[in-house]
Write a protein that binds this ligand. Structure first.
Ligand code: ATP
Ligand code: MG
Length: 241
């Protein structure tokens, strides 16, 4: 049978189908269907309360949807890593935080030293490797949290507003880390309110509103012109309730 290449759907890393979730007596996710392409960076955008963070928790397997399904082909528990909006580091040095993560992920003791060196190098954390993690700046802590998540060698990395409240320089450092991680082959989901960041980083956009997917598009196309009135209003800075 003749098959046209352009009709082959792109591979998907993870899919939410008709997901429902109730919180505080109301449906905060309501018929949410959303796919995460296996290649590249997918930005999830949408106003406060749209359900972005809860969706990430479902993707990471931290909470189960009350309706619908979350499906993926990723086998191990460590294949999906989530970095929270406000990550909490251990009250130890950066190096010890990474060592602890590697131990949890079952990396043999003999291999940990080399892996820590690789991770410090990858995150450009060498200069602060022996500083107490909790004393670092917000941007540095966010970078440590990301690198700590990478200790699991995840195939899918979920990032919840990783640069919220960071200055341009720290934001730039995180964005470099995100690009490097994508280049190393991991699929990335990035929740962001930052239009510039989505333009700089994202390959795909998923726009959510009131617990549903309102628009899905390639990033370049979405940034140029949004199809839904909700996304148009959001991107032009109008209050969206
Ligand atoms: N435990 C809870 N009890 C009541 N409501 C909750 C609870 N957890 C989440 N919600 C509500 O669910 C909705 C979606 O929350 P979520 O944190 O996913 O939003 P978000 O899109 O990440 O928003 P933001 O951009 O502000 O981070 C919000 O209206 C929130 O108030
Ligand atoms: Mg959130």
């Amino acid at each position: 049978m003749l098959r046209l290449v352009q009709n082959t759907p792109p591979p998907v890393a993870l899919r939410l189908d008709d997901v429902g979730l109730c919180r505080g007596g109301r449906m905060v996710l309501d018929g949410l269907s959303l796919d995460v392409p296996a290649q590249g960076i997918t930005a999830i955008m949408g106003p406060n309360g749209a359900g972005k963070s809860l969706s990430l928790r479902i993707m990471a397997g931290l909470i189960a949807p009350e309706a619908g399904t979350c499906t993926h082909d990723l086998s191990g528990k460590q294949d999906i890593a989530l970095v929270f909006q406000k990550p909490v580091l251990l009250r130890r040095t950066v190096r010890a935080n990474l060592a602890h993560a590697l131990a949890i992920y079952g990396v043999p003791r003999a291999k940990r030293k080399a892996r820590i060196a690789d991770l410090l190098d990858f995150g450009r954390l060498g200069a602060i490797a022996d500083s107490p993690a909790r004393a670092l700046s917000g941007g540095e802590q966010q970078r440590v949290a990301m690198v700590r998540a990478l200790a699991a060698k995840p195939k899918l990395l979920l990032l919840d507003e990783p640069t919220a409240s960071l200055d341009p320089q720290a934001t730039d450092a995180i964005e470099t880390l995100i690009r490097d991680t994508a280049a190393a082959g991991a699929a990335i989901v990035l929740v962001t309110h930052d239009r510039g960041q989505a333009t700089r980083l994202a390959d795909h956009i998923r726009f959510m509103h009131r617990g549903q997917l309102v628009e899905a598009a390639p990033a370049a196309q979405f940034m140029l012109a949004q199809k839904s009135p909700e996304a148009q209003a959001y991107l032009s800075g109008h209050l969206l309730l």
